[in-house]
Design a protein around this ligand. Sequence first.
Ligand SMILES: Cc1ncc(COP(=O)(O)O)c(C=O)c1O
Length: 441
Amino acid sequence: MAPVSMRSFAASNAHTSAVRDLIPGGAHTYAKGEDQYPEGMAPVIQRGAGCHVWDIDGNEYVEFGSGLRSNLLGHGFEPVVRAVRDALADGINFVRPHWLERTAAERLAGLIPSAEMVKFGLNGSDATTAAVRLARAYTGRDMVAVCQEQPFFSTDDWFIGTTPMSAGVPAAAKRLTTTFSYNDLASVGRLFDANPGQVAALILEAETVAAPAPGFFDGLRELCDRNGALLILDEMITGFRWHERGAQFVHNIAPDLCTFGKGLANGFPLSALAGRREIMRLGGFADDADRVFLLSQTTGGQPWALAAMLAVIDTCEREHIADRLHQTGADLRRAVEKVVAEAGLSDHFELRGRDCNLVFVARDGAGQPSQAFRTLVLQEFLEHGILAPSFVVSAAHDAVAIQRTADAVAGLMPVYRRALDDGIDRVLRGRPVRPAIRARG
Ligand SMILES: Cc1ncc(COP(=O)(O)O)c(C=O)c1O
């Protein structure tokens, strides 16, 4: 029999039971769902501060990957909260644009190398879907190609139709999206050969767990140019995390269009589409081409959201936040890998990705990534006050948080060893977690 939890999750479990028949999926974001956490151990959050959160049972945690990687600076980061609060007092929505629209667009355009024009939206999917529509209009083509190793680009049909959770997406829409592989220019060549003159754009992130191979982005640029397709770089995660000027600056990438969200306003709902003027202008006053309906929303460009972004950019520049995230992540990696190596489990618990954006992989006895072992990791972390679906740090993670995490990993190691030796069922308390985006149940 697996031991019972030392922490109480009674209030969280009551909440979880109550919302099952109220909110489809039990949460308004699938990636936050109870199925992503060990059974009976899915904390419901009361509040956060910095890198800490408290659940409604009063348990405290060091949290990683906050706000699905949007809390770049940590919860309740004062300069951002203050900027939002000050802006709120002067009204949030008017019949004409607020003056901050210009300041915010100039600031982003001044920062991001490929941004000649900028348009703001509310969430990441707004921006990527706008990029796809713009690319279709500009090229007069219908197909788009997404990088198949990268997990998410949009809540809209053109992307969701490629996932296992594609119910409700028309077959005709699904046929318009194809895929290619990261770091695999041959796969890009094949997609253009298979769909000559039909592909409007390729969309990808600059880097997830693997770094770009030398020449990959130059080759991609060349293939897109040769085949008349646009290159869309999704900087939703990489944006201010890799560098305040984006991963495009770090890896010297020249996209036609690029998209930002998540950390852009430290988790407040704001996204941005940016790119070449020749393309972006189609969303404006174009007399020589059909106009594109580009990101026009009742609640778009609100001053408090733009004020949040300006405060984020000020902070990132002043405090070199991206450098700090890399440093903190490197410290975390070193501390965790040391503990894991000492336990002789490096083949089973592995950290991957860039230091500012670390994830962990839990492997079973055969060395295969395992949902059951991932669940065991989450279970033991929760027990030790670590809420970590990933090891993605914010600027609020400090040496104490890293030490606590390393201690939790040290606590995990003997349990992990026992699971390998005696069987996972001896130590896992409930059902394993499942992929957030799946076809059934
Ligand atoms: C790389 C990437 N692009 C786009 C999106 C969509 O952003 P949002 O959830 O704000 O619509 C996500 C969300 O996880 C993402 O990770």
